[in-house]
Design a protein around this ligand. Sequence first.
Ligand code: NAD
Length: 489
Amino acid sequence: MSTPLPSFPTQLFINNQYINSGTPDRLTVSNPYDDSPIPHAAHAASADDIDAAVAAATTAYKTTWAATTPAQRQACMLRFADLVERDAERLAVLESLPTGKPVTPTRMFDLAHLVEVWRYYAGWTDKISGETYPESNGVYKIVRHEPLGVCAGIASWNATFMYIGWKIAPAVAAGNCFIFKPSEKSPFGSLALGALFAEAGFPPGVVQIVNGGASTGAALAAHQGIAKISFTGSVGGGKAVQDLATRSNLKKVTLELGGKSPALVFGDVEVEKALGGVCGFLFNTGQVCVATSRVLVQKTIFEKFTSAIKTAFEEASASLGSNPLDASTMYGPIVDKAQFDKIMSYIDIGKKTATLLTGGERKGDKGCFIKPTIFINPDPNSPIVKEEIFGPVMVIQSFETEEEALKLANGTVYGLAASVYTSNLDRALRVSSALECGGVAVNSPYLPQVNTAFGGIKASGQGRELGKYGLMEYTEAKSIHIKLDVPKL
Ligand code: NAD
């Protein structure tokens, strides 16, 4: 059975046109809701196609985009945000079909966030200020923040629209041109945005979209004409990109990588309040980099908490299995068979190294649905405690003291985000500062905010996106020293 589709582009978007790739390579995907093949395949960009995109971006950077005023850049960005809002329904379907991400959360969260981020950075176009220093020894000094040139982004499949906000919007606001590669698992939604960039008035070459797999990503990372690359994906992919960037032209690199984020639930919090936040883990079926897949619960409330979360997960499981294209669907399948198999292999490990509280099996016999799963009291060295699973599998451990909770929380190679549930403000601040990660939420799940820095430490990455910090990553400081009194020779 095949899925009926709206019409949409499958070619590469280069120089404001949809064009065939230079190779016969195509990206085939299927619908993880029912395993049906999607009868359209996206073109995969070759190294020659990447050369063409970089050439178009370089020309645009030096001519048309360089000649725009901040107000003109702002107008294009605001128009683009309006057009995304206009087409949100169609865009959500295109993203949902190959990924299984339900259309309603895609519209309500991913696309709404994209729009918010583009409007936010549109406001920055005329606010990128520099510094001046008082004259000393006859030298007057200025520091300007200048754009880098041609920048690129490589993204994972789990929230492509959000990454189009985080990576492209600050880059073009600062005056750069951008080449974006979505994941081979989610090629259609972002590609459809190409036409909207052109309609919004972006000159040819300013924003381009090239599909492809790891080899297309590698061609971007190794390109001599690209000044910066921002990568969202696995630790292995990030290391490969950083290595290629170093060995080519030492381009700047931002890495947004995996996580094994902890939620610390202290005994002074109302269980019902903490539960609402901790269950946010199931958003996008646990396929979220900041999802708190490790929950550490103080012994005084452990029984009450685990009993309540078991019920909540079983309710979510009961609603699992409906079509992601239905407006009422909130939980979808796993993105594809490869990811499904990976998660099931971790569930097998969990059954041997922990106690299964709920779930632990697929749901139904078609598609890639896995029941929301919880393991409790695991062997602390089990891979289900230490490694990222990127699916609906949570591990709950108990602790007695704050010190013990922090030791467990900081006990993985990752350092992306964390949540702390407590009614004690002193503790919230103390624990937030002792947690080894890039972002902490108190009494809620950690959600990226448009104006605060987002990113990880340790194996979760380097560099920041969003807010002023994300903007500055697309500029470089240039110092200009003016000798006021030129000495005679
Ligand atoms: P992945 O690394 O397999 O792929 C991500 C992207 O990188 C894809 O576009 C892929 O084509 C490309 N790629 C893969 N290997 C490459 C290489 N050697 N050179 C250049 N490009 C390459 O990751 P995935 O399975 O798509 O995504 C899941 C991972 O992403 C998880 O680890 C998750 O935690 C992480 N992630 C991190 C964040 C964050 O902001 N920190 C957000 C979402 C996902």
